[in-house]
Design a protein around this ligand. Structure first.
Ligand code: TYM
Length: 330
């Protein structure tokens, strides 16, 4: 049986990108595998959140995972900082992680460009912490979006390096997973390639958005004047609208607008109206569940406590085996 793990940073509401990149695949796998899903609160410290909103963000993330269909009875859902063994493994892996390889990581270079006033060591060693998250349960498969591919490659490097240094076959080499298919990248509504929480107003549709907000965001999505030649290649913003449709709409709907596009008869207003209604239909049950769970603090605390207890079993075992392999005092 495979060990599957995934996680999300608690830095705002979950959007459709998070859902299709990570949650949907995880949901499909949770009944057939040993599954861990965690809230990456250590990771979120790289952007210096204040203690006032920290707990609230963690709770919000948990509520939204549960609403999106992660089952705390089947999977182990936990808060990263409730498993401090992760931090110990992070320290140990950092001793064999090299500046050169860490500085080359795309997400580090992006962050360094976006927040030049705050390029901290946590950002640089983000891939080692992520490797620790994955290796602490000796995971095999990691359902994530396309943006995390390079982090998984680093995790494999660290796992191999550990095995080689200590002449063991201890850590598996985990893979970013989407049932053998290309990893997913959900585009933003602003014409940009990626839906993301920090990409600016109107880029992302959040699972908690109400229908009015969804309609407004989709109607404002970037488009153009329409094709003038039959069967022409779609420019990026139009490609994006179709990609979003592929995620939430029926095949007939997509085929209908494809045909309109190819015949230069497309009216983006109509397409957006349809897309908005399909997104609303898709997110409605999740939104209802978010509202219901938000009112149930007792249950949320119970889920966190249960997750912590289950995650500890595997985390404590791995750390004690790793300490033994390295040669620490028993
Ligand atoms: P984060 O919080 O940025 O995103 C959480 C998950 O959502 C996916 N995702 C997307 N997928 C497709 N299209 C998009 N537009 C899109 N936007 C986000 C991400 O790929 C991710 O799967 N480093 C991670 C959190 C993390 C983690 C881990 C994940 C920490 N340790 C260990 C897996 C395993 C992150 O920042 O995700």
């Amino acid at each position: 049986m495979d060990i599957v793990l995934s996680g999300i940073r608690p830095t705002g509401n979950l959007h459709l990108g998070n859902y299709f990149g990570a949650l949907r695949n995880f949901k499909k796998m949770q009944y057939e595998n040993t599954c861990y899903f965690f809230i990456a609160d250590y990771h979120s410290l790289t952007t210096h959140p204040t203690p006032e909103n920290f707990q609230g963000n963690v709770k919000q993330a948990l509520v939204e995972y549960l609403a999106a269909g992660i089952d705390p009875e089947a999977a182990t859902i936990y808060v990263q900082s409730d498993l401090p063994q992760t931090a110990e493994l992070y320290l140990l892996l950092n001793m064999n992680a090299y500046m050169g390889e860490l500085q080359k990581v795309t997400t580090f270079k992006d962050k360094a460009r976006k927040q030049p006033e705050n390029i901290n060591a946590g950002l640089l060693t983000y891939p080692t912490l992520m490797a620790a998250d994955i290796l602490i349960h000796r995971s095999h498969k990691v359902p994530v979006g396309k943006d995390q591919e390079q982090h998984l490659e680093m995790t494999r490097t660290f796992a191999r390096r550990f095995n080689r240094m200590y002449k063991v076959d201890y850590f598996p080499e985990p893979v970013a997973y989407n049932f053998g298919e290309e990893l997913v990248k959900i585009p933003g509504l602003d014409g940009s390639g990626k839906m993301g929480k920090s990409e600016g107003e109107g880029n992302a549709i959040f699972l908690a958005d109400d229908p009015k907000v969804i309609r407004k965001k989709v109607m404002r999505a970037v488009s153009d004047a329409g094709p003038t030649e039959k069967n022409s290649v779609k420019p990026d913003p139009i490609q994006n609208l179709f990609k979003l449709m592929e995620a939430v709409s029926e095949k007939e709907t997509i085929d209908f607008f494809e045909e309109k596009y190819n015949n230069c008869e497309i009216r983006y207003g109509d397409m957006k109206k349809q897309l908005a209604e399909d997104i609303i239909q898709f997110t409605a049950p999740i939104r209802e569940k978010i509202i219901e769970l938000n009112a149930n603090d007792v249950y949320i605390k119970k889920v966190m406590d249960m997750g912590k207890e289950k995650a500890m079993v595997s985390g404590v075992k791995t750390i004690s085996e790793v300490r033994k392999i390295i040669g620490f005092r028993p």
